[in-house]
Design a protein around this ligand. Sequence first.
Ligand code: FE2
Length: 213
Amino acid sequence: MTLAILAHTQHGCQGSSARTRGWRKGESSELEHEELRNYCVQILRRYELPEGIIDHSRRVARVAEFIADKLKASGYSVDTGNVVAGALLHDIGKSKIHKRRSAVNHAEASAEIVIREGLEELAPIVSRHILDAIISENHPPLTWEEKTVFYADKIVTHKLVSLEERFNDLLERRLDIKHLLNAAYKPTKALESEVLRSAGISWEDLKARLAEE
Ligand SMILES: [Fe+2]
C-alpha cells in the first residue's frame, strides 16, 4: 500500500483514477496499514453496507489480524495490511448500491469493487472467501492472506464461533445450500488445521484471546 491511497482518499477520487494509481508492493509500514484500514472503512460507508455487515467485517478483520500476526511470528510471509483490508472488504459485494457487472455472487462483486477502488491486490482475497471457493479446483484460497481471511470469516458471525457451531447453524437455517455445506466442511476443517498449526496456536488460544469478538 502506498501513500497514494491517502491522497486518493483525501481528494475523494475513485474509479479509473484510483485504478491507475495502484499502490506500491512489498513491505508496508504501520502508518500505511492504518491509512489502508481507514480507506477501507470509508469504502464500507460509501457503499452503504448495512451496520450488521460492517460490524461482522470489523470482527473478521480483528480475528484475521491476530492470526496473521501469529503466522508472521512463526516465520511465514504474510501481508497483514492486505489481510486486514481484505477482511474489512470481503462482504462489500453485498452492497445494494453496487451494480454488478459480471459477478455471479457477492464475493465476485466484492472483487469488482476493490478493483474499482484501486485495491486490485485484494481481489483474490475477497473473491476466494466463500465456501464455493474451497471446493473449487481452480479457485481455492491459496495464499496466507486468502486462507486467513477465508478462515476468519468462517469462525465469526456476530461473535467468535467454532467451525462446528457455524456449520451446524447454517445446516439448520440453509437447507438450500446443504449440499455445499456438506462438501465444504472437510476442506474447511483441513484449512483450519493448516492455519492454526502454522500460526502455532490452537482454537482454545483464539477463544481465550478473542472471545469478545
Ligand atoms: Fe463474511
